[in-house]
Write a protein that binds this ligand. Structure first.
Ligand code: DAT
Ligand code: MG
Length: 144
C-alpha cells in the first residue's frame, strides 16, 4: 500500500458538469484529496476524438446517446497525478450510476438520473494504467 506508484489519469468534466459550473468543485475535490493537476484545458471535442476515447463502448445501446451528450457542449480535460491516482480518482468519482453512487463522491453528491438514454454523471476517469496512457494521448497529444 505504501509502495511508490506515481501515476497519471485522465479526468474529464463532461458537458453537464461544465453547464452547471462544477469545474471548480471537481478540481477542488481532486486537489483537496492531495492529487496534483498537471494539465488542464477546456475544449469542444470532435466526434472523431470521442469515438477514439469511447471505442470500447461502440455498438452498445447507450453509445450514440453518449457521443451526442459528450458533443452537447464544452468539456474540461485534466491530467491528475499522484500515487495510485487512477484508483483514487475512480473512488472520488463514485460508481457510474449517480442514483446509487455513494454520497460523498462526485457523482453521488452532484448528479442524479435525468431520465435520459445515457447516464449523465459529471466526470470521466481512466480505469487502468493502459486506459490512462491511451486517453491522455487522445486529449493531450502535445505531451507525447
Ligand atoms: P464509467 O464512466 O463509470 O467508467 P463506463 O465506461 O462503463 O462508465 O461508461 C461510460 C459512460 O457511459 C458512463 O459514464 C455513463 C454511460 N453509461 C454507461 N453504462 C450505461 C448504461 N447502461 N446506460 C446508460 N448510460 C450508460
Ligand atoms: Mg469508463
Amino acid at each position: 500500500m505504501n509502495s511508490q506508484k506515481i501515476e497519471r489519469t485522465l479526468v474529464l468534466v463532461k458537458p453537464d458538469g461544465v453547464r452547471r459550473s462544477l469545474v471548480g468543485e471537481v478540481v477542488s475535490r481532486i486537489e483537496t484529496k492531495g492529487y496534483v493537476v498537471v494539465g488542464l484545458k477546456m475544449i469542444t471535442p470532435t466526434r472523431e476524438i470521442l469515438e477514439k476515447h469511447y471505442a470500447e463502448h461502440a455498438g452498445k445501446p447507450f453509445y450514440e446517446p453518449l457521443l451526442e451528450f459528450m458533443l452537447s457542449g464544452p468539456i474540461v480535460a485534466m491530467i491528475a497525478e499522484g500515487n495510485r491516482v487512477i484508483e483514487g480518482f475512480r473512488k472520488l468519482a463514485g460508481t457510474t450510476d449517480p442514483t446509487t453512487a455513494e454520497p460523498g463522491t462526485i457523482r453521488g453528491d452532484l448528479a442524479r438520473d435525468q431520465g435520459t438514454k445515457v447516464v449523465q454523471n459529471i466526470v470521466h476517469g481512466s480505469d487502468s494504467p493502459e486506459s490512462a496512457a491511451r486517453e491522455i494521448a487522445i486529449f493531450f497529444p502535445e505531451l507525447s
